[in-house]
Ligand binder design. Sequence first.
Ligand code: G3P
Ligand code: MG
Length: 235
Amino acid sequence: MLIFAHRGASADAPENTLAAIKLALAQNVDGIEIDVHQLDQELVVIHDRWVHRTTNGKGQLSQYSMLQLRTLDAGLGEKVPTLWEVMQLIAGQCTLNIEVKGLKDVALVLALINKAQTELGFKHEQFIVSSFDHHLLAQIKQLQPDLKIGALTASKPIDYALFASTLGAYSVNTDITFLDQAFVNDAHQRGLKVFVYTVDEPEDLAMLYHWGVDGIFCNGPALAKAFVSSISSGR
Ligand code: G3P
Ligand code: MG
């Protein structure tokens, strides 16, 4: 079961910052998940449409210029990073799951993914682009059919993972709340991976491991890794 650091190692460093990414890399994660919004022609790594929860600023992200955004403190003196800065830091050391929250120009993310392969040593298969916006995923898939797509859901659809296979997705990225063995089996029968968020409790990790889930997004990857390796070795 793969361990993805959710918003970086966000239990121990400010979420979606370079510090959280560095910590996740130090913990040897399999992958890192970050949230991305478009601001003008730049892609920035932040979860919310409003800046007050994760920075010392106020108001909507869209009201900020890049220069203004970069003056904000995203926790412990960290700045809101750009997607390119995150890519430079990871530089092919693990998988990068880019969760697209607010994006107008799909080409921007595709261009950075291509540039990261040429300039930073990433392999194409190290990228997953996920979103709750399935229209956006369809657009991405059309432009770049070989890019891995993670179809996000926080529901248990009546036809389980059909929506993800229709999108040509690589994985179903699902909230743990509505997941069950039948959903996992259905996704696997369709050839999809199942990645689950947000999982930090040992009982949940054990349950998902036994259901055959392929990966989890967790805020505390060091603990999750230790726990998963203890179950897999039968200790
Ligand atoms: O990508 C998994 C998870 O991050 C989706 O929900 O709100 O934490 O971005 P959220
Ligand atoms: Mg996310």
